[in-house]
Design a protein around this ligand. Structure first.
Ligand code: ZN
Length: 324
């Protein structure tokens, strides 16, 4: 088999689903699947499930005569990249902190296994095949159930002294603000997670939904979710526009500090919330430009992530490549 025909294998562990697949060196997805994470069954069951998925993926590749040299895994929480151990907390997967993913899978599969934080993986994928190609300094922010971040210098991940860099969701935007799960006050995540956005729209609507939301929700406010809020936003609903405007403003407040600190070439916004609308990303960009130094935003671009749900397993699959 020649070296121009390499295949990459990645697994992206999320709080709800595990996505996994194979892709070629042009980033073309050759195979992908997903499974429920079933985090409630505990860390040992999850590690077992991930190992089974890895074997399945590698058997499939072998069957198709695809050459896979290493396996990559993305997971929530900070990860010691040398060992593949989860060292950070993972609120969505109870008991996952401390899990030796890398060691367990290397022993079981007898091949190189690389493990990193899920947002770091997303950033790697975007830098290779998506919205962050071209090197330079990139800031990635993901907006979803949680708010994550990653930093790339010259196209390479900056992991920090103890693999904990890039936690953009835990930049405080209010020194005496609401208490965050991490123990700090006023963290960005508390104000802009999908849960916070839904709660803010509900609070604003109260008993009076207005005609657009009545139509979008078919009368049931319990059906409210991010997708429906963006649908109402695109139809010009006042409450949706106001809440998403405030959300963009919170995000821009945190990011303008990061932009002043690092003077990046680009900011990439991903995650379920950002997938909703280009207009939302444009609002964030506008306000970063208002708040940050002109010299720091001159030539900088703010873009939506390009690879969507596949970014996690693609970036994981590239981890081995990025280290060599
Ligand atoms: Zn926090």
């Amino acid at each position: 088999m020649n070296s121009t025909n390499r295949t990459f294998a990645g697994i992206d562990i999320g709080g709800t689903n595990i996505k996994f697949g194979l892709f070629d060196q042009q980033g073309k997805v050759l195979h992908k699947e997903h499974r429920s994470t079933m985090a409630e069954k505990g860390p040992e069951a999850l590690l077992h499930l991930v190992a089974n998925i890895a074997e399945r993926l590698l058997f499939f590749a072998a069957d198709e005569e695809l050459e896979v040299k290493s396996l990559g895994i993305g997971t929530p929480g900070a990860v010691d990249f040398r060992t593949g151990q989860v060292i950070g907390t993972c609120p969505n997967i109870k008991g996952w902190q401390g899990t030796q993913i890398g060691q367990a899978l290397r022993e079981r599969l007898n091949m190189p296994v690389f493990v990193d934080n899920d947002v770091n993986c997303m950033a790697v994928a975007e830098s290779k095949f998506g919205a962050a190609t071209g090197g330079g300094t990139t800031i990635c922010l993901t907006l979803g159930t949680g708010v994550g971040g990653a930093i790339l210098f010259d196209g390479k991940l900056y992991r920090g002294a103890n693999y904990s860099a890039g936690e953009l969701g835990h930049i405080s935007i209010d020194h005496n603000g609401r208490l965050c799960n991490c123990g700090n006050k006023g963290c960005l995540e508390v104000y802009v997670s999908s849960k916070a956005i839904v709660a803010n729209v509900k609070a604003l609507l109260g008993d009076d939904m207005g005609s657009i939301f009545k139509r979008v929700l078919e009368g049931e406010i319990e059906n409210l979710n991010i997708r429906k809020i963006f649908a109402a936003f695109r139809s010009g609903d006042e409450a949706a526009t106001r809440v998403l405007g405030e959300t963009a403003s919170y995000v821009a407040t945190a990011l303008s500090g990061v932009v002043n600190l690092l003077n990046p070439n680009r900011v990439v916004i991903g995650g379920g919330v950002a997938e909703g609308d280009n207009g939302f990303v444009a609002m964030i960009e506008r306000e970063i430009r208002e708040r940050a130094f002109d010299s720091a935003t001159d030539g900088m671009i703010v873009v939506r992530a390009a690879l969507g749900n596949d970014a996690g397993f693609i970036g994981a699959g590239l981890l081995g490549e990025m280290t060599s």
